[in-house]
Design a protein around this ligand. Structure first.
Ligand SMILES: O=c1ccn([C@@H]2O[C@H](COP(=O)(O)O)[C@@H](O)[C@H]2O)c(=O)[nH]1
Length: 243
C-alpha cells in the first residue's frame, strides 16, 4: 500500500448532513479515496440504516457515531442492532459507567451469535472535544483537569472491555501510556492551520495529531464546508504522509 493510501485509511470524514442526498454527493466527490466515513446522529436520524448499508456496499469503513448513553439494557439492545448493520466501529459514552459499557459488548456478542458478521470496534466517548477546562469545571461541575477526566474514562472503558476511546489529540500520549499503545484513539477536534475552530475547544492540526500517535483523526467541516472537499481531503492526506 502506498503511504498516502495508508494515511487516507486513518482519516475519518464526518458526514454531518441533514439529508442523504447531500452526503451522497460528498461521497461521490471523494470516490477512490479509501478514507473512513463517519455517520453521526444528524444523518442517521434522517437517512437511517439504509444509508449505512449503502456505504458498506461501496466498500467503505464506517464509524457509526451515535454516542449511546442509557441504561445498560437499552444500550445492549442498541449495540445488538448496530452490530447487525455491519459497521466497523461504534461508540458509547464512557460516562454511562462500566456496567453500561459491558452491556454494549454483550449486545455485540449477542448479534454475532445470531448471525455471523464483522466484529465492530467499540470505543468510549471521554470528554467531548468541544468541552474546555472552564466548562468542565464550572458548568458541568467535574473537578480536576480535562486530561485527568479523560484518563479516568479511558481506564473505565478499557476495564469494561472496550478497544479504545474518542478524545482530543491533546490526550493521546497519556491515554497510550496509561492503557497501552494498542488501545485505539479516535480524535476529533482537528483543524488544519488557519481553519476556523468553530465550536471545538481542544484542537490540533492533522500533522500534530498524528505526531502524538493517534490512530484515527476525525474531520468534518474543514472538508465538508470547503469549496472543493476532495482537494481539502487530498491536502490533509498529503500533509500527514509518513507520520
Ligand atoms: O468529542 C467529540 C466527539 C465527536 N465529535 C464529532 O466529530 C466531528 C467533528 O466535526 P468537525 O466539523 O471537524 O468539528 C463531528 O461529527 C462531531 O460530532 C467531536 O467533534 N468531538
Amino acid at each position: 500500500m502506498s503511504t498516502n493510501l495508508a494515511a487516507a485509511k486513518r482519516i475519518m470524514v464526518a458526514l454531518d448532513y441533514a439529508e442523504a442526498k447531500q452526503a451522497e454527493s460528498l461521497v461521490r466527490s471523494l470516490e477512490g479515496i479509501p478514507c473512513y466515513l463517519k455517520v453521526g446522529m444528524q444523518l442517521f436520524y434522517s437517512a437511517g440504516p439504509a444509508f449505512v448499508q449503502m456505504l458498506k456496499e461501496k466498500g467503505y469503513n464506517v464509524f457509526l457515531d451515535l454516542k449511546m448513553h442509557d441504561i445498560p439494557n437499552t444500550v445492549k439492545g442498541g449495540a445488538e442492532s448496530i452490530t447487525k448493520l455491519g459497521v466497523d466501529m461504534f461508540n458509547v459514552h464512557a460516562a454511562g459507567g462500566k456496567q453500561m459499557m459491558e452491556a454494549a459488548m454483550e449486545g455485540v456478542d449477542k448479534a454475532l451469535q445470531a448471525a455471523s458478521g464483522p466484529k465492530p470496534i467499540v470505543i468510549g466517548v471521554t470528554q467531548l472535544t468541544s468541552t474546555s477546562q472552564a466548562v468542565m469545571n464550572e458548568e458541568i461541575g467535574i473537578a480536576g483537569t480535562v486530561e485527568d477526566a479523560v484518563i479516568r474514562y479511558a481506564r473505565l472503558a478499557q476495564a469494561a472491555g472496550l478497544q479504545g476511546v474518542v478524545a482530543s489529540p491533546l490526550e493521546v500520549v497519556r491515554i497510550k501510556e496509561t492503557c497501552s499503545s494498542g488501545f485505539v484513539t479516535v480524535t476529533p477536534g482537528i483543524r488544519p492551520a488557519g481553519a476556523d475552530i468553530g465550536d471545538q475547544s481542544r484542537v490540533m492540526t492533522p500533522e500534530q495529531a498524528f505526531a502524538q500517535g493517534t490512530d484515527y483523526i476525525v474531520i468534518g467541516r474543514p472538508i465538508t464546508a470547503a469549496p472543493d472537499p476532495r482537494a481539502a481531503l487530498e491536502a490533509i492526506i498529503a500533509s500527514v504522509e509518513g507520520l
